[in-house]
Design a protein around this ligand. Structure first.
Ligand code: ARG
Length: 610
């Protein structure tokens, strides 16, 4: 046994790696191998690594001794948790990461990491910037934003847009090949009435673009006619059939209507710097036809009061609601189109990971969808990862559904404009306009407004309801974009304050200065920064981006603790610089580098000057 342990000790690389590592993953592996070496009789021993809650408990803890002792007991082997902890430590390979370990209380193992690793990881950041942990490259297809043509793009779509954009950025950052799809609703029966109405109001539409800038109003008009005029209704149905079979004038009318809608939401994407490829429901028409035929032939469809439905896999916990594949009038549904999206994305796009970002109200839809896709063999869950990324509804400050004062749905462009107005007011309140050029001011106004709207959304657990409040998001205290953007700009300016000469030589200084982290607060800050890979890994597991916001906030508050007690630049009474602590300036620089990467992943733009 001892020999095995020794062998294990030697096989673990004992040198500091040249890239940043996920400390948690590394400790998991290290303690995992120790536990397995200590107790080969346990087939799947629990490896519990947590961050310590107190400095005296070290930096991390391994809390496996208690559950392992229980497992042994079940096998009639008596060993107290403390004995187990001792044995785990006897089998722990040497590592560059661990400075010392201690057993505390009933069998907690406190882990203290080496300063050498901390220094090395910060130096890596300074030298190479921030890189993601190595992951297997995957083809990811992510579906987000996805508004509906001719209907209002609402705050729910805004949430999907903001969350989807950030997840896409994260996936691209770790090296995945990401296809970002805007699954717009451009196909349903409502197009029949829109087209029929258009034909009558603007018979010349084939040659000339009709003035339907207000598609909403146009939609309402046609809906009234549809509900009250039998003749019109018939024509509307006829037009859907024509459209779906590809008849050219109906197609042309449809195209016009889609173009008007597109103009509207593209303005939103441009403002928020969102990239998307449009691939609406219409794209799947022929695919739906083929799929439905196949489902029919293979006997997956069941008759239900004139409709054809499909159930998920028996015994699977998918909510027990079937998909409606064919309506009683023969048309396809949202469910049908999503069966086609999942097939297209796996079979044609070769997606290995599919992500759908929508409101939580669609959770059962996606559960049924994934189950049905597994049932027919489209989805093999051992090969393809699928995630529905649900989010809660947006509420107004009164706690009710988010509406305008007069009770209508809020237009997104109006909302963005309001944000711009408010952020400018805020900047003027602080008299920032007196110190900035017009161009700088405009940039600050935009980055703050859009940054706040995004950050307020991203920083909350997306599963919960979310209260939209300009006052809260533009607050300069607490975990808000304003606070963090200011903090970042201030940190960036520290090096600038060292004078022109310093800035000119900054690259050389970076290379030649030996990083020394000795002060308790320096180490504390550095240990937060090097958790970056852990945060990324954590988000990749369940796609909860708010972990990144919590991390940013933690960096920023820890930085303040450091900056309050650690002088970076010392000046004399005349305000002349007498001493620069280069190592600390480097730590500031590393802090800014990590923060910048976080902002980038969240889709926030930083400012050199606020
Ligand atoms: N258009 C839908 C809506 O407004 C969202 C579509 C989401 N994507 C999907 N493949 N189902 O709710």
């Amino acid at each position: 046994k001892k020999a095995i342990a020794n062998e294990r000790k030697n096989c673990k690389a004992d040198t500091i790696p040249s890239e940043m590592i996920s400390i948690r993953n590394y400790l998991n592996e290290l303690f995992g191998s120790a536990i397995k070496a200590a107790y080969p009789e346990l087939s799947d021993p629990p490896i519990v690594i947590t961050e310590s809650t107190k400095v005296s408990f070290g930096d991390y803890q391994c809390n496996s001794a208690m559950p392992v002792s229980q497992l042994l007991k079940a096998k009639n082997i008596k060993a107290s948790p403390r004995d187990v902890a001792v044995k785990i430590l006897e089998n722990l390979p040497n590592s560059f990461l661990i400075n010392k370990t201690e057993i505390a209380g009933p069998g907690f193992i406190n882990i203290f990491i080496t300063n050498e690793y901390v220094v090395s990881a910060i130096s890596t950041i300074l030298k190479n910037g921030v890189f993601p942990p190595t992951t297997k490259k995957m083809r990811v297809v992510i579906d987000f934003s996805s508004p509906n043509v001719a209907k209002q793009m609402h705050v729910g779509h805004l949430r999907s847009t903001i969350i989807g954009e950030s997840i896409s950025r994260l996936l691209e950052f770790v090296g995945h090949d990401v296809l970002r799809l805007n699954h717009i609703g451009d196909w349903g029966t409502q197009f029949g009435m829109l087209i029929a109405h258009l034909e009558e109001m603007f018979p010349n539409y084939v040659k000339e673009s009709p003035p339907i800038a207000d598609l909403q109003a146009f939609y309402k008009e046609s809906k009234i006619r549809f509900d009250n005029d039998e003749e019109f209704k018939k024509r509307a149905y006829d037009r859907v059939v024509k459209l779906q079979s590809g008849e050219s004038n109906s197609r042309k009318a449809w195209q016009l209507i889609c173009d008007v809608s597109r103009l509207e939401y593209q303005k939103v994407y441009k403002a928020l710097d969102v990239t998307l490829e449009e691939r609406g429901e219409s794209f799947y028409q022929s695919r739906m036809e083929n799929l439905v035929k196949e489902l029919n032939e293979r006997g997956f469809l069941e008759e239900d009061e004139g409709r054809k439905i499909m159930w998920g896999i028996k015994g699977e916990d998918y909510g027990g609601i079937p998909l409606t594949i064919i309506k009683s009038d023969g048309g396809f549904t949202y469910d049908t189109s999503d069966m086609a999206t999942i097939r297209n994305r796996i079979e044609e796009e070769k997606g290995e990971w599919l992500v759908y970002v929508t409101d939580a109200g669609q959770s059962t839809h996606f559960k049924s969808l994934f189950s049905c896709a597994r049932k027919v063999g489209i989805l093999d869950s051992s090969k393809v990862r699928v995630d529905h990324v649900p989010f809660g509804v947006v509420l107004g400050e009164d706690g009710k559904k988010f509406k305008t004062r007069s009770g209508e749905t809020v237009k997104l462009l109006d909302l963005l404009d309001e944000g711009l107005k408010r952020s400018l007011e805020k900047l003027k309140e602080k008299e920032r306009d007196k110190f900035m050029t017009a161009e700088e001011l405009r940039k600050a106004q935009e980055n703050i407004a859009y940054g706040c709207i995004k950050y307020a959304d991203l920083s909350k657990n997306r599963q919960n309801e979310y209260v939209f409040s300009f006052d809260k998001m533009l607050d300069d205290k607490g975990n808000t974009a304003v606070y963090l953007l200011y903090a970042y700009t201030r940190i960036k300016s520290i090096a600038r304050n060292c004078g022109e000469e310093f800035i000119k030589n900054f690259d050389t200084i970076k290379k030649e200065t030996k990083l020394e982290l000795t002060h308790e607060k320096e180490l504390k800050l550095a240990k937060v920064l090097i958790q970056f890979p852990d945060i990324i890994e954590k988000i990749l597991k369940d796609l909860h981006v708010h972990y990144m916001c919590e991390f940013l906030y933690q960096i920023s508050t820890t930085f303040t603790e450091f900056y309050d007690v650690c002088y970076c630049i010392e000046k004399n009474r005349q305000g002349e610089i007498v001493k620069i602590n280069k190592s600390r300036i480097l730590l500031c620089e590393a802090t800014a580098t990590v923060m910048a990467k976080c902002f980038d992943i969240l889709g926030l733009k930083t400012l050199d000057k606020i």
